[in-house]
Design a binder for this molecule. Structure first.
Ligand code: TYD
Length: 133
């Protein structure tokens, strides 16, 4: 699991006017093809529930907090994201579920691929079956 996920510290510049965090080429271990974000998420919402065959991601809680549950087929891990200067890197083939959104939470995702439904694994049993035998 450990090599499939990582916490990335996003450099920030802070002064009396506020804070500015910067994601640039070398901040994430892939080149960013797409950025999307979840907002207006009801607190009882459940998002994710899939793995990716091709996409690597970095998830950032730009505002508020939420919980990410990760499963690499062997072990699971729960990570609370609640800092806009912390990114969660997730490699391919890791099942992720996101819930417990705080009010006003914004979940930013930096993605290594364009959107392609065919590279999603949306069935948990299909995901688990890969690790058998
Ligand atoms: P979904 O994968 O269910 O979101 P989450 O992983 O956050 O639970 O995606 C929701 C809808 O948005 C689904 O119809 C696919 C669509 N979508 C796009 O059109 N482009 C994108 O880049 C993404 C991530 C999703």
């Amino acid at each position: 699991m450990m090599s499939k996920i990582a916490i990335i510290d996003i450099p920030k510049v802070h002064d009396e006017r506020g804070s500015l965090a910067v994601v640039e080429k070398n901040t994430v271990p892939f080149s960013i093809k797409r950025v999307y974000y979840l907002f207006d998420v009801p607190s009882d919402s459940y998002r994710g529930g899939h793995a990716h065959k091709e996409q690597q991601s970095v998830i950032i809680a730009l505002s508020g907090s939420f919980e990410v549950t990760l499963d690499d087929g062997k072990t699971t891990k729960k990570i609370i994201l609640n800092k806009p200067t912390q990114g969660l890197y997730i490699s391919t083939n890791v099942w992720r579920e996101i819930d417990n959104f705080s009010s006003g939470a914004v979940c930013l995702v930096l993605a290594s691929t364009e959107y392609k439904e065919a590279e999603y694994i949306r069935d948990y049993q299909d995901f688990k079956n890969q690790f058998e035998g």
